[in-house]
Write a protein of this length. Structure first.
Length: 270
């Protein structure tokens, strides 16, 4: 009898605890919605149900819908899962993150890399080795400068021709999840058509070298370096000539005779 009474008390305690938790939840929800008007109480946004790697095609299993107050500023977001399915993630998306339109691209045609390239830009691949490729520490998502070198009048000249280029892929890998150095044979860079012309010209005229930039560097936004001016010619030394002094010759061969204070000039006869 005592055991049965103790079990009954435990059951009643659990029921009361669950009821108290439910009442507290309802009370908190009412408090949160107390200051919201009926017309702008809630809105639905699409969030990531799991991590979406870079370059991955969004599927329904990657997505979920959450409810937020309409006063929340979440940016340019999606409201329906159907609007996101089939799009390509151009950046890594973490679990629970609200999906924004600027982080997805439409894969209407072409490969995944083609969908990642920003509008009005081009993807150009250059051949590299372990030195040009920064010893394998060059990974997708990094930014680099391009240094071109060539021989001019039997002298080597080097110049930074392109700045702050985004690395789209190394070899055939576009994933940004790797953080270990990998020796590659080709690097795909994102640039404008004009920059692509500069890169191809520099590669044909000589050699190119990639230099890795610090991701936190806040430097100039100029992408194409200006031409290095030619050194000014050294002026030739000017030799100063001594002025020629002409000594006047006497007009005649006469003889001057001085006697005391008297001076007498007489011309010589031949």
């Amino acid at each position: 009898m005592i055991k049965r009474r103790g079990f009954l008390l435990i059951v009643i305690s659990l029921i009361l605890a669950l009821g108290a938790a439910w009442v507290a939840r309802v009370w908190m929800q009412a408090r949160l919605n107390a200051n919201l008007t009926p017309t702008e109480a809630r809105m639905q946004v699409v969030a990531a149900a799991m991590e979406i790697p870079f370059g991955t095609k969004a599927e329904p299993r990657h997505l979920k819908v959450i409810t937020l107050p309409r006063s929340a500023e979440v940016g340019d977001h999606y409201e329906k899962i159907e609007d996101v399915v089939g799009l390509i993630a151009i950046q890594k998306v973490i679990s629970g993150e609200i999906l924004r339109k600027e982080r997805f691209a439409d894969r209407s045609a072409g490969s995944t890399l083609a969908a990642v390239v920003k509008p009005d830009l081009r993807a150009v691949t250059v051949r590299v080795d372990d030195v040009v490729g920064v010893a394998g520490f060059l990974l997708p998502g990094n930014h680099v400068d391009v240094v071109a070198s060539r021989m001019v009048n039997q002298r080597a000249e080097a110049q930074t021709v392109l700045r702050n280029l985004n690395v789209l892929a190394v070899d055939q890998t576009a994933s940004q999840d790797k953080d270990q150095p990998v020796v590659v044979r080709a690097v795909t860079l994102e640039m404008t058509p004009k920059q692509a012309e500069v890169l191809v010209k520099a590669r044909e005229e000589g050699k190119i070298q990639l230099t890795l930039r610090n991701p936190l560097e806040d430097s100039d936004s100029e992408l194409v370096a200006e031409a290095v001016p030619e050194p000014a010619p050294v002026p030739a030394k000017t030799v100063l000539k001594k002025p020629r002094v002409e000594i006047p010759r006497p007009e005649n061969n006469g003889v001057t005779i001085i006697r005391g204070t008297n001076v007498h000039n007489s011309e010589s006869t031949t």
